[in-house]
Design a protein around this ligand. Sequence first.
Ligand SMILES: C[S@@+](CC[C@H](N)C(=O)[O-])C[C@H]1O[C@@H](n2cnc3c(N)ncnc32)[C@H](O)[C@@H]1O
Length: 310
Amino acid sequence: MEFNHVSVLLHETVDSVLTDPNGIYVDCTLGGAGHAHALGERLTPEGMIVGLDQDEDALAVARERLSNLPCKVLTIPTNFANLKEALQSHGIHEVDGFIFDLGVSSYQLDTPERGFSYMNDGPLDMRMDKDAPLTAEIVVNEYSYEDLVRIIKDYGEERWAKRIVDFIVDARNTQRIITTGELVSIIKKAIPAKARQDGPHPAKRTFQAIRIEVNRELAILHDSFVDAVELLKPNGRIGVITFHSLEDRITKQTFKELSTACVCPPNLPVCVCNNKAVIKAKNKAIEPSEREIEINPRSRSAKLRVGIKL
Ligand SMILES: C[S@@+](CC[C@H](N)C(=O)[O-])C[C@H]1O[C@@H](n2cnc3c(N)ncnc32)[C@H](O)[C@@H]1O
């Protein structure tokens, strides 16, 4: 299987994050190394690209792709939730720029054995980190009715969540659900034909929800961004690319929190919180051009938010 992934908002991200060609840049979601390579090409031999990914398959491909860069390269197999300890354990205490390109890569989606895809049959897996204990099969077969409804509603923003879970519970009472194909046909049965006529694939939202739960994708974002900002040098940049409203909301809120000076209630005559703004961030996100969306439809929902360390 070839590692195919078209990087989203490539030049916008590199231009936003790069400040010093001799600097240290950390790509927290290395994937196929598209962003890291484009950034690394603009660094000097003194500069450095550090790439993190929790998927060993991605890291193996990325190492190869980064081998011809003019700068230093370090790859670390880890979840970016551990970025602070991971960088510090390699003696890195100050960083010029961070990139987070959230979610899964096209390679992960297009590899049926990884179980992310509702288009191809495969095991119900969905783990980015193949050593992690929680799989989609466990979520689908062992979570309570209430938890499944909450996950599919909250993480999938799926209006048919209850009906889908009714059908899942019915099916799993007879036999354990073990493939993506089985789950897709259960979802198709649950969503009324009329509602399935237009819009995205009927399983898209449920698969997104289960993937977020399996990889704990949202829970780690706030603290990871705070840790990254703490390591940034003054004028260093953090660039975050999101693909759905849940990720974007957390990114926007975290940037707002980090760029707000005083958080005291407005009726207090003097500031008692002593909070300080640590970044400057624009309220408006950078979005792909019509042309990029035409060439790469996956970029349609992408948003890039950039924070500048004060
Ligand atoms: C959208 S892809 C990145 C593509 C990359 N920017 C490129 O241009 O090729 C996201 C990658 O980040 C990884 N990833 C997602 N969440 C992660 C996390 N919390 N920690 C480490 N890696 C993560 C995934 O395994 C995947 O390989």
